[in-house]
Design a protein around this ligand. Structure first.
Ligand SMILES: Nc1ncnc2c1ncn2[C@@H]1O[C@H](COP(=O)(O)OP(=O)(O)O)[C@@H](O)[C@H]1O
Ligand SMILES: [Mg+2]
Length: 342
């Protein structure tokens, strides 16, 4: 492949800012081997800064803006670059939910990964579950609430679902704002916590100690979608895989790839993942997450259109178990975006 200029967008205004910076550091390191990489740090205020290197650096003075025909330009006009491809290595709202993708499209920029609509639908935990239900894939029942909720009413509805209940913002990731509620007395504080992040929240029927199994998808430049082997998170001392387990406890979130499961079960989840990816009109890549009960019932949990992407993240590990290296994975994402994005 010819050397091209790729702008890696990272950081961003979402609560998953830090996770994105870690993902982007490794992405930049590897893509630099073949391409000219321009790291663009998006501050928590939403300003774009052209960086020398990718990472947790103080923003440089080169504040840039997008310009028509896939260009970036500094505010003083001294730096102007034509970008062949943008890579949003962003997680959560404004990065993974179609908003940045819409902005890029309106400036005529090509970019890696899912488009506007598929990003929006994948990010929304309630909508993506409806898509899965339409494919006859099991999902856990939930009720959706907003800021003007009636506590008495939701307590009654939750009683019908049964405890434990997982309370979650609809459009967030990294377990931010999520609580496991075991009794009615903790329902209100959990609801308030989730509503701090977003005005839409789901209260979902919980499974105690489910197996958490994942399958990743990669679209090749000929349009073929490859499903990775399934991987599994090993049980930890944490009640569930909360933010602390995922990012603060080095032993909190250990994956086993491939997962230790029957061939038929793995094959089922690979098929489900491919179907969900196709129904949501996803592009490029994604990771689909399942919760599996002790009776081997498979529930679709969520799809991540920009999953954690540092070299040690689950997503590259799933492909490494399928003999696709981190470098090959990233190079495929580049060639697929060049071949398929309008
Ligand atoms: N219904 C549920 N039953 C059991 N555990 C759950 C349920 N929903 C979420 N969890 C736990 O919470 C974690 C984060 O939830 P998830 O829906 O994947 O949100 P995020 O997008 O933040 O990763 C899961 O990995 C799992 O450990
Ligand atoms: Mg998750």
């Amino acid at each position: 492949m010819n050397k091209i200029t790729i702008a890696v967008l990272y950081g961003g205004i979402s609560p998953e800012h830090e996770v994105s910076v870690h993902s982007a550091e490794d992405v930049c390191k590897v893509l630099t081997k073949k391409h000219r990489i321009l790291p663009i740090y998006i501050s928590k205020e939403g300003d774009f800064f052209l960086q020398q290197t990718c990472g947790f650096k103080k923003p440089t003075d080169i504040k840039v803006n997008l310009k028509n025909h896939s260009k970036i330009i500094s505010e003083d006009g001294k730096v102007e670059e034509k970008i062949a491809l943008f890579f949003p290595v962003l997680h959560g709202p404004y990065g993974e939910d179609g908003k940045i993708q819409g902005i890029l499209e309106s400036y005529g920029c090509k970019y890696i990964g899912c488009g506007v609509k598929s990003s929006f639908m994948s990010m929304d935990k309630a909508i993506s579950k409806e898509i899965a239900q339409g494919l006859q894939i099991l999902t856990l029942e939930h009720i959706e609430i907003s800021n003007n909720y009636d506590l008495k009413d939701i307590k009654q509805k939750v009683e019908r679902l049964g405890y434990p209940i997982f309370v979650k913002p609809v459009n967030l990731g990294s377990s931010i704002g999520i609580s496991k509620v075991k009794t009615e007395k903790d329902l209100e504080s959990a609801t308030k916590k989730a509503l701090k992040y977003e005005s839409r929240v789901i209260l979902e029927k919980g499974i105690d100690n489910p197996r958490e199994i994942f399958c990743a998808l990669l679209e090749k430049d000929n349009g073929e979608v490859v499903a990775s082997k399934c991987g599994e998170l090993l049980p930890s001392k944490h009640e569930f895989f909360d933010y602390e387990a995922k990012y603060q406890d080095p032993r909190g979130c250990i994956a086993k790839t491939p997962a230790d499961i029957d061939y038929e079960l793995a094959e089922k989840m690979q098929k489900f993942s491919t179907k969900i990816f196709a129904s949501l009109k996803c592009q490029g890549f994604s990771r689909v997450d399942f919760l599996v009960t002790d009776k081997n019932e498979i529930y679709f949990s969520e799809i991540n259109s920009i999953p954690g992407m540092s070299e040690k993240s689950l997503f590259p590990q799933l492909f490494s178990a399928s003999k696709i290296s981190y470098e090959d994975l990233l190079n495929t994402m580049v060639s697929t975006a060049l071949a398929t994005k309008k």
